[in-house]
Design a binder for this molecule. Structure first.
Ligand code: BT5
Length: 238
């Protein structure tokens, strides 16, 4: 169904003109037993979601809004996020000639501005990874591929079509190799950061590593702290 032709075997891409949220729809399909490799793409979302009930905005037809269904045997949702983030990064490079940095845990940035966000949610042994990539539109303070690479004239479905074979390749990597690739693409490591945590004090320090279990390790004045979730602000390179 991608504009480039057939998708790789194992992927079933369903394209919707409009829905509330592709993550909500795919979570409900997953509960009804939908297979790994099911992908929902929408030209428009009326209730697109970010993390912590934030909104994900995009005008109709402008951006890639997609959710992908994984059924990982090890149940580690963060690895699905890593795979989708790395695949989106590679697809942006291939299709637009723009290579975003990754920001822990779920953003793709160009020049420090948000190009894409990822929302991974688990239910009934399934992991639904939703990704919004700004192709033709971005809100103030963020960026889009048309602004970064105006000549490329990227179509959202081309981006998705380029991502799927890369996802297949990354799913075949062993966990240590995948972690190496993720760390290598992550701009967060080595940065001074502030981590805003729900219901807690912000943590300030230097991001020194991402552990194999997905936690971000921050060196603070009081020693190293491993963070499972939070919003990271890159303050400056160390
Ligand atoms: C994210 O949340 O970055 C996850 C976004 C996931 C969106 C996809 S689209 C397909 C699938 N279906 C869904 O319903 N969701 C997924 P977070 O880190 O919480 O960032 C959300 C914040 O980013 C918002 O509060 C805004 O400030 C900002 N924002 C909203 N729309 C944006 C956009 N298009 N580009 C950049 N920033 C945006």
């Amino acid at each position: 169904m991608s504009a480039r032709g057939t998708n790789p075997p194992g992927w079933a891409v369903i394209r919707l003109a409009e829905t509330g949220s592709t993550n909500d729809d795919l979570l409900s399909l997953a509960r009804d037993g939908a297979a790994a490799g099911t992908v929902l793409v929408a030209d428009h979302q009326t209730a697109g979601r970010g993390r912590l009930d934030r909104r994900w905005e995009a005008p109709p037809g402008a951006n890639l809004l997609a959710s992908l269904l994984f059924r990982p045997v090890d149940g580690a949702p963060y690895r699905c996020t890593w795979i989708v983030a790395l695949a989106a990064r590679e697809a942006c490079r291939e299709v637009a000639g723009t290579e975003p940095d990754l920001k822990w845990p779920n953003d793709l940035l160009v020049g420090g501005r948000k190009l894409a966000g990822i929302l991974a949610e688990s239910s009934h042994g399934a992991v639904v990874v939703g990704i919004g990539v700004n192709v033709g539109w971005a809100p103030d303070g963020a960026t889009c591929l048309d602004a970064e690479s105006p000549a490329a004239q990227v179509r959202p479905m081309d981006l998705l079509g380029t991502m799927l074979p890369v996802i297949d390749r990354l799913m075949a990597c062993d966990p240590a190799e995948l972690a190496r690739k993720y760390r290598a693409a992550l701009a967060t490591i080595g940065m001074d950061v502030r981590v805003e945590r729900a219901g807690g004090e912000p943590l300030v320090g230097r991001a020194v590593d991402v552990r194999d279990d997905g936690l971000l390790v921050v060196a603070t004045e009081r020693g190293e702290v491993a963070v499972a979730a939070g919003d990271v602000v890159h303050l400056r390179p160390a």
